[in-house]
Design a protein around this ligand. Structure first.
Ligand code: NAP
Length: 308
């Protein structure tokens, strides 16, 4: 089968770091165009906007939308209206209802919509899911603490409404939690810490529950210097597991049980190719729903101003 001709929209950090190499290594895709106001990919024809690109390159069959979430709906709508399959970077949008709208439009046109959650494809996530499934779960604790100055230097959009603040990384943890838990949970309590000069939180603590009285506690913090933490710990009747380093390693009762080379974006593009070929969509919004709940239920605490 001929490769799927693909265009990338919104050429920035994640496109350079991950999308371009993952696409280059996948024979199911051929990167034929980019659309971005400033960014380009060497050797690939570049257009300034998605509308210009769609008009100039009718052979494009799919687009990867990699701009910040606040600007993704309009691009996705243009792509779907032009008959293209759509890969949405995480988070899939700025609101739940706009992503639901995209799901409805994609389905009505028989096009594939992919809400990509890269952390779900981290090496040890499936092993963690299997471990948890084998024995009754007693509790879960999520610790996602990183240094925003290191990971997001100069990125203004993350502090704007819809940029999600600390939930930009935190939603990666939630994407894993929603994937590995045997039953869904819902938010019962939250505190969101907003710097006095910003529209998005710099830290959050969350508690989730469910009908089985399972408690999941999560702490997200962007003020972490030194050691960074992206850990999910679970206590089960058979023992304890720690999914560490953002899903890269699994420890059981303190001993390393599984690790493998990281292939999150190659796996995302394998999944996108498979849903395009199958004529289906994969657009789970449960991680975004939990974030929306946190903004709805969370107590708001104002903390000291944040300067880059
Ligand atoms: P970024 O570099 O700040 O933004 C990506 C590109 O989007 C920018 O270079 C810009 O390109 C375009 N853009 C910015 N503002 C725009 C606007 N107002 N309208 C239209 N286009 C705009 O961000 P990023 O780090 O790549 O993140 C993009 C998405 O990927 C986010 O949803 C993020 O959560 C996700 N992601 C990021 C990482 C990471 O490590 N950075 C990891 C995984 C996922 P032009 O100026 O050329 O238009």
């Amino acid at each position: 089968m001929a490769p799927i001709k693909l265009a990338i929209v919104g050429v920035g950090k994640i496109v350079r770091d991950q999308h371009v190499p993952a696409i280059a290594a996948n024979p199911d895709f051929e990167l034929v165009a980019t659309a971005s106001r400033h960014g380009t990919v060497e050797g690939v024809p570049a257009y300034k906007s998605i509308d210009e690109m769609l008009a100039a390159r009718p052979e494009v069959r799919a687009v990867s939308l990699c701009m910040p979430p606040q600007f993704r709906y309009e691009a996705a709508l243009a792509a779907l209206n032009a008959g293209k399959h759509v890969f949405l970077e995480k988070p899939p949008g700025a609101t739940i209802s706009e992503v639901e709208d995209l799901k409805r439009i994609a389905a009505s046109k028989g096009l594939s919509l992919f809400a990509s959650w890269h952390s779900r494809y981290a090496p040890a996530v499936e092993q963690a899911k299997t471990y948890i499934a084998a024995s009754p779960l007693k509790s879960m604790t999520v610790t996602w603490k990183e240094d925003v100055r290191h990971w997001h230097p100069g990125q203004a959009w993350i502090w704007e409404p819809g940029g999600l603040g600390v939930f930009d990384p935190g939603i990666n943890a939630l994407s894993i939690v929603t994937h590995i838990l045997p039953k869904p949970v819902f938010l019962t309590e939250a505190t969101l810490e907003f710097p006095e000069n910003r529209a998005a939180p710099i830290a959050a603590s969350l508690t989730f529950g469910n009908a089985d009285r399972l408690v999941v506690n999560a702490v997200f913090d962007w003020r972490q210097t030194g050691k960074q933490s992206w850990d999910i710990e679970a206590e089960t009747e058979a023992g304890n597991m720690r999914l560490a380093d953002g899903g890269a390693k699994l420890f059981i009762d303190g001993a390393l049980a599984y690790e493998a080379p990281e292939e999150e974006y190659p796996n995302l593009y394998r999944r996108f190719a498979s849903i395009v070929k199958a004529g289906t969509s994969d657009a789970d919004i449960s991680p975004l729903t939990h974030v929306a709940d946190a903004f709805m239920l969370g107590r708001r605490k104002i903390v000291e101003a944040f300067e880059d």
